[in-house]
Design a protein around this ligand. Sequence first.
Ligand SMILES: [Zn+2]
Length: 210
Amino acid sequence: MFIGHFAVAFLLHYFFPMVPLWIPLLGVSFPDLLWPVFIILGVEIAHFDSNSPLQKNIDFTYYPYSHSLVLTSIFAFIVGIILSFILKDITVVLIFTIASTTHWFLDIIVHNKDLPILGFSKYDKKVGFGLWNYGWKAFVIEYLFYALITVIFVRPALVLDLLLLGALFHIANINTFIAFTKKNPFAFSKYSYPIITLLGFSLFIIIATL
Ligand SMILES: [Zn+2]
């Protein structure tokens, strides 16, 4: 999932306006900022199908550090504490950790059964409800979710801008839902997809914070 995560950041910002927006934005993105770095470093494993651009066909073989419910939330809590110290605001750790944890709960809706719960046991369970298997439905539902929260919880003056921004990034991501290309344009190297993910999340955070 991509833009759907940012909607949760807007929601958190509505309830905790004293915490700067970039904190929940960074929090909801945290797992997908860690993941590309861990893939590039070889700490986590994913296989990209060169014959399919679909997200559902990415084989997320091993990503307990960036995408488990428990372990990733612990990492988020540690990063949150550091951010709390920097910003001298204890609320930051709470917002950052909640934001990061919601990433897992939204990801399990779309992913196939590949998201670990604990992240550190060999008896760990993996979950996922597989909405990505229904291309157009998944595409529309993610945008509707983003739009609904944006319309309800974002300051009226910013609603249109953020709806457009979300639409732009979502459309840029459409091939991973619908497969307009038969080949995966980002499977030419094992680093290309992680780098695109990193750029996508970073760019959205920067633009939405401006
Ligand atoms: Zn994710």
